[in-house]
Design a protein around this ligand. Structure first.
Ligand code: PEP
Ligand code: MN
Length: 294
């Protein structure tokens, strides 16, 4: 039986001629292309740790968390200024004000910053403030957004759609690459499976790391926060991801102060700075073979 639209990994060279190892031989069978984000090198000698709040909620909150992330040894900052929320009645992020706060946090700490863009009309604005642009799970297949982000020439963090196959994920990356932008870092963030919502938020698909490695030369990192949705699972999931060969981690943190108010989004998965420090120590101790210089 022939099924319309059916794709398998065999279709990758045709679907992704720029990113497939089979058609683009520059990186051979094993080398990873190093992506440089203001001096932070994904796919180089050791895993990279990106940390910060789910959303930028205020200047004080972001600057405090940025400083805690830096003290914990993180390499980069995260924080959403435009948030994809299930309900339009929930906190949507601070928008442009949030981007300005992120820039300030980056300047204060010297750590580059990644933040999400959801709207093609805002790509230029987000690109002005971010060192790396995030495409979220819900927008992985928003093809006009991928094209626009590709055209900025900024490094892109492309999260895996929560129900996306590897071919679909790499097909999305190919849209960015087609614009001449190969500075793409993939991010596994958990996929929907039958227990999702029972004891975990999604299922962390660590197997995909080695599959990515086999099919393409792009670095791949893991987001243990959204993948599990449970703060207590974030540290072991981070260690497992590093053992599976992840090129980095994207982690949500909170201050850990009892007196502090709970984060407005994803409070249950936010870890404290001490947990972050332990994860950074573990991740940074894992040396990798070096890829070609960026
Ligand atoms: C995020 O990292 O801020 C986020 C919303 O994650 P995801 O797109 O993976 O749900
Ligand atoms: Mn979040």
């Amino acid at each position: 039986m022939i099924i319309a639209g059916k794709t398998t990994l065999e279709d990758l060279p045709r679907a992704c001629p720029i990113l497939s190892r089979k058609t683009n031989r520059q990186y051979g069978d094993t080398l990873v292309r190093v992506v440089d984000v203001q001096g932070v090198h994904f796919g180089a000698d050791r895993p990279i740790v990106i940390a910060g709040p789910c959303a930028v909620e205020s200047r004080d909150q972001m600057l405090e968390l940025a400083s805690l992330a830096k003290q914990a040894g993180a390499d980069m900052l995260r924080g959403g200024a435009y948030k994809p929320r299930t309900s339009p009645h929930e906190f949507q992020g601070l928008g442009l004000a949030g981007l300005k706060i992120l820039r300030e946090a980056s300047q204060e700490t010297g750590l580059p910053v990644v933040t999400e863009v959801m709207d093609t009309r805002l790509v230029e604005q987000v690109a002005e403030y971010a060192d790396m642009i995030q495409i979220g799970s819900r927008n992985m297949q928003c093809y006009p957004l991928l094209t626009e982000v590709g055209r900025t020439g900024k490094p892109v963090l492309l999260k895996r759609g929560m129900a996306a196959s590897l071919v679909e994920w790499l097909g999305a990356a190919e849209y960015i690459a087609k614009e001449g932008n190969l500075d793409i870092v993939l991010c596994e963030r958990g996929i929907k499976t039958f227990p999702s919502g029972e004891y975990c938020r999604y299922s962390l698909d660590l197997n995909v790391i080695q599959a990515v490695r086999g099919e393409t030369f792009l670095p791949v990192i893991v987001d243990p926060s959204h993948a599990t949705g449970v703060a207590a699972m974030v540290e072991p999931a981070s260690r497992a991801a590093v053992e599976f060969g992840a090129d980095g981690l994207l982690i949500e943190v909170t201050t850990g102060r009892r007196t502090a108010s709970a984060p407005k989004c994803d409070a249950a998965q936010a870890i404290n700075p001490e947990q972050l420090r332990r994860i950074v120590e573990f991740a940074h101790a894992h040396q990798r073979r070096a890829g070609p210089a960026p």
